[in-house]
Design a protein around this ligand. Structure first.
Ligand code: G1P
Length: 298
């Protein structure tokens, strides 16, 4: 069955990025020249997704405005003869067929996905977490759709993560079935390094069968007191297989200040408009002697 719909979860508080996210949705922070969420919308469209469901919450109106048309702005650009900008602004509002649902209480990622049931219906669907940005030749979701088509079961994206960071991830106990493909034997959310069943951390891309909704309804709050998608998957695993796919590409966790900086630099170095100037600046920086704050003056 074709994957036609995608859910993008954008309802979180952005606590890892406060205070920058106090009055601005994390998903609208710009990476190089466009908001973070546009990268995942473009990945979805490039993977053949036709309809996008964005889960928002209080304080996230800027996301809806961004993908909507802005007739006033278009008029101003038209009057100024800014043809290129005008085309770009229109392109953004025509990128995809987007609809929105609000998560009234932030009860967890699993809960955010659960409330999309009526919009998704009874078909397999994709899920994107917008602070995981994946830079790849073939869009990561398109790679995952290939795995879904082959095995006909839910697929989670994974990558090898360090012992020090494993506590931030859902982790898969894998049984290798092919190059980059594993069958999940179990899944655990945010384990300690000692408890982790492998070093394969789940990254924010999922293809889920609609049976996940029933599983999510039956799970109790888990790590952090939240309804976790990983716990929903553990429940689903009792009824059907789940695969883990180690995607090809570079993934950035743009949800923290350091990860966001890495994403900005990594993506900018691939952007022909800014890469030459940035490379020059990085060379210049590497020759400078940085001292901790407060010690800059002699
Ligand atoms: C969520 C998921 C986790 C996954 C991670 C990937 O956690 O619950 O399983 O590994 O995204 O980014 P969060 O980062 O929202 O705490």
């Amino acid at each position: 069955m074709k994957i036609r719909k995608a859910v993008i979860t954008a309802a979180g508080w952005g606590t890892r990025f406060l205070p920058a996210t106090k009055a601005q949705p994390k998903e609208t922070l710009p990476l190089v020249d466009k908001p973070m969420i546009q990268y995942v919308v473009e990945e979805a469209v490039a993977s053949g997704i036709e309809q996008i469901i964005i889960v928002t919450a209080h304080g996230k109106r800027a996301i809806e405005d961004y993908f909507d048309r802005s007739f006033e702005l278009e008029q101003v650009l038209e009057q100024k003869g800014e043809e290129k900008l005008l085309r770009e602004i229109r392109r953004i509002s025509e990128l995809a067929d987007v609809c929105y649902i609000r998560q009234k209480e932030q009860l967890g990622l699993g809960h955010a996905i659960m409330i999309t049931e009526a919009l998704v219906g009874k078909e397999p669907f994709a899920v994107f977490l917008p602070d995981d940005i994946i830079d790849s030749h073939v869009p990561a979701m398109k790679q995952m759709i290939g795995v879904f088509e082959r095995f006909g079961a839910s697929v989670v994206a994974v990558e090898k993560v360090s012992r020090e960071t494993i506590r931030s991830y859902g982790v898969v106990e894998p049984e290798r079935v092919d190059h980059r493909v594993y069958r999940a034997l179990s899944l655990v959310e945010k384990p300690s390094a000692a408890e982790a069943p492998s070093n394969l951390g789940i990254v924010g891309r999922y293809i889920l069968t609609p049976d996940i909704f029933k599983s999510l309804r039956s799970v109790k709050p888990g790590a952090g007191g939240e309804i976790q998608i990983t716990d929903g998957l553990t429940h689903l695993l009792k009824r059907q297989p789940i695969y883990a796919y180690e995607f090809e590409g570079v993934r950035y966790d743009a949800g923290t200040p350091l990860g966001f900086l890495k994403a900005s630099v990594g993506l900018a170095l691939r952007n022909p408009e800014v890469a030459p100037g940035l490379k020059e600046y990085l060379r210049e920086l590497s020759t400078r002697d940085f001292k901790p704050p407060g010690k800059l003056l002699p």
